[in-house]
Each structure stands twice: as C-alpha cells, then as structure tokens.
Write a protein that binds this ligand. Structure first.
Ligand code: IMP
Ligand code: MG
Length: 213
C-alpha cells in the first residue's frame, strides 16, 4: 500500500465537535431561519380577476378552439382556474423550463426540460405563465413557439413585475401588476414550498437570533 494513504485517512475533528466536548461550552446564540408571508392578493381577488381575464380572452377569440399551454409548475393553479372560466372549446398542454440561479433570483439562462405533447401548428395558442419577471423565460418560449407556426400566439400571466424586466416582452393579458417583491402562493414557490397557498403573498426571509434554552 503506498505510504500516503495512511495519512490521507486521518480525519480532522470539526471545530464544533471539539467545542461541544467541553463540558462548560454553550453556544452564545443560535441563529434560526425565519420566513414569513404577508398577503398581497387574496384568493377572492384572484378568482374575480381570473373570471375577467377569461372573458377578455374569449371576447378576443369568440369562435376559436383555444390551446392553453401552461409553463410548469407555477402556472398550474392559474391555468386550471382560467380554463374552467373560458367557455367553448379548450385544450391544454404543458411545457417545462428551468432557469439557473438561486431560489429567488434567476440567472437568465433558460433551458427546455419538458416539451409539449402535441403540435401547436395552426392553433390559437395562449401561453399561460404564473409571473412575468425579467421576461427571459417568456422571450425564450415565444422564440420556440413562433418557429412552430401557431395560427395565433398570445400570453396570459397572473402577475407582472415590470420593474425587473430585462427582455423586451409583454403579456397580452395580465392579472395583477405587482411591485418588485418576491411572492409565493397560488402556484408560485420558494424552494418548491408555498405553491398551495390560496392567496399570493410577499415572502420575507431572515434570520433571527435566538437565545439557547
Ligand atoms: P423570468 O424569466 O425572470 O420572467 O421569470 C421566470 C420564472 O421565475 C417565473 O415563471 C417564476 O417561476 C419565477 N419567478 C419570478 N419571480 C418570482 C417570484 O416573485 N416568486 C416566485 N417565483 C418567481
Ligand atoms: Mg414559472
């Protein structure tokens, strides 16, 4: 056996473990992660607005079968409510993209992770998104969809954060224009949590110093 393997296996004790072994050691403070959600838009407001948006969409396309394309996963709640409010012929499909970055900020680099099940050629397509933020996701999707020759291509978003826009895109139907805050609920998540909240709320992250017991 080469000589170096013998010292490579020596494990260095962690500072925290060493300190914990000292009988009189107590950490001075514990930092506890805190998250809170403040309601911004109530579920009743959301439902009223979705009914209005559905009417606007049907008014613009009174006779067309509409093909709703939801962007997974954030749009799911919005899409299902919208689809039930728009009368007439509707079909639905889903696409998934990932944008790299942290939990609250995307880097702007978008990648297709799940494609549509069926062709959109010749169809009246409504792209359904939870939120229009920098616009990088929508810009990417519109490029992809445009190449597939839909008859019409429109965009419906529940929320619009225009202050953060980087890409030159706009939605045809906007539920609510909101300030530059990170929001969760009604499909929108923070690290995959909070999607199931009926309201949309502003998420505050922080750490709170907590005295040990
Ligand atoms: P964009 O490409 O920056 O326009 O945003 C794309 C995606 O980022 C959205 O579809 C959301 O999934 C996510 N996102 C942007 N802003 C928020 C937010 O405030 N809360 C939760 N997700 C967000
Ligand atoms: Mg999304």
């Amino acid at each position: 056996m080469p000589k170096w393997t013998s010292w490579a296996r020596v494990s260095v004790p962690r500072w925290a473990d060493l300190m914990a072994q000292r009988a009189n050691y107590k950490p001075r403070t514990k930092r506890k992660a805190t998250e809170s959600v403040r309601t911004l838009i109530s579920s009743a407001q959301i439902q009223r607005r979705i009914a209005e948006m559905a009417k606007e969409i049907r008014r613009d396309f009174p006779n067309d079968p509409l093909h709703l394309v939801g962007v997974l996963k954030g749009s799911v709640f919005f899409l299902t409510d919208l689809a039930r409010q728009i009368g007439g012929e509707i079909s639905i499909d889903f696409i998934a993209v990932s944008s790299y970055g942290s939990d609250t900020h995307s880097s702007g680099e978008v990648k297709l992770t799940r494609d549509l099940d069926s062709s959109i050629e010749g169809k009246t397509v409504i792209v359904v998104e939870d939120i229009l933020d920098t616009g990088m996701t929508l810009q990417y999707l519109l490029r992809v969809f445009d190449q597939r020759k839909p008859r019409r291509l429109r965009v419906a978003v529940l929320l619009d954060k225009p202050e953060r826009r980087l890409a030159k895109v706009r939605a045809d139907y906007v539920g609510f224009t909101i300030p530059n805050e990170f929001v969760v609920g009604f499909g929108l998540d923070y690290a995959e949590r909070y999607r199931n909240l009926a309201d949309v709320g502003v998420l505050t992250l922080g750490t709170q110093a907590k005295k040990p017991a």
